[in-house]
Design a protein around this ligand. Structure first.
Ligand SMILES: [Zn+2]
Length: 135
């Protein structure tokens, strides 16, 4: 994988914010109920702590809210652009879009939230491996 992957791509792929290579979630598939939110305690590649503090991911709730509002507004704008706005069809289409995007939004909002706190370090894996050789 490229060393210079962007924060945006890392967030969308649910990768570790520090090294952009380790997976943030144990279960990579989006539409699998079992173990949906399971996260390793540390990044498998650079050992960045994923459970930074108790209740850390409560902040992801606000990110999730903003993304859901953005989807609802996008559906509303689409209805207006096609000059087809009526309340009930809008409610049904927006409900379907929000329901289908929920698993993706839930994971991506956690990924965005941890990316706010943990900066990218291109040498994270090298540093971790060097540290382990010394011990
Ligand atoms: Zn990592």
């Amino acid at each position: 994988m490229s060393q210079n992957s962007s924060v945006f791509v890392s967030v969308l792929k649910n990768k570790c914010p520090k090294c952009h290579q380790g997976n943030l979630f144990s279960n990579k598939t989006i539409y699998q109920y079992k173990g949906f939110f399971d996260m390793p305690n540390n990044c498998p590649k650079c050992k960045q702590d994923f459970l930074i503090e108790a209740g850390f991911y409560l902040g992801a709730m606000f990110v999730s809210y903003a993304l859901n509002v953005a989807i609802a507004v996008a559906v509303f704008v689409a209805f207006i652009l096609f000059d087809a706005y009526e309340f009930l069809p809008f409610l049904i289409v927006a409900g379907i879009c929000l329901t289908l995007s929920t698993p993706f939004i839930l994971k991506v909002s956690r990924s965005i939230w941890i990316a706010f706190s943990v900066p990218y370090d291109p040498n994270a894996i090298k540093n971790y491996e060097a540290q382990n050789k010394n011990n």
